[in-house]
Design a protein around this ligand. Structure first.
Ligand SMILES: [Zn+2]
Length: 85
């Protein structure tokens, strides 16, 4: 079987506070990950509510499709040099 290129989309994810609706973010100064199972990530909203979430926000997922890469994007790809091994 040969590798084939397909279109993919990056889907951004944000989490809104369950109590006030403001966006929850991780404290950039404190990279704590709680060693529970599953691991949890402390978050805080602008109004001071805290929550330990099972994912880190903001985050993203990559949706891989079976669609051909649009021609306009394919033209912008740099030439491939060398070979895969
Ligand atoms: Zn809040």
């Amino acid at each position: 079987m040969a590798e084939r290129e397909v279109a993919a989309y990056v889907i951004g994810k944000r989490y809104d506070c369950d109590e006030c609706g403001a966006e929850m973010v991780r404290d950039g100064v404190d990279p704590t990950v709680l060693t529970t199972w599953p691991p949890k990530y402390p978050h805080r909203c602008a109004n001071g509510h805290v929550a330990n979430l099972t994912r880190s926000y903001p985050g993203h997922n990559v949706l891989i499709t079976n669609e051909d890469v649009p021609r306009a994007i394919r033209r912008r790809q740099p030439p491939v040099s060398g070979s895969d091994s």
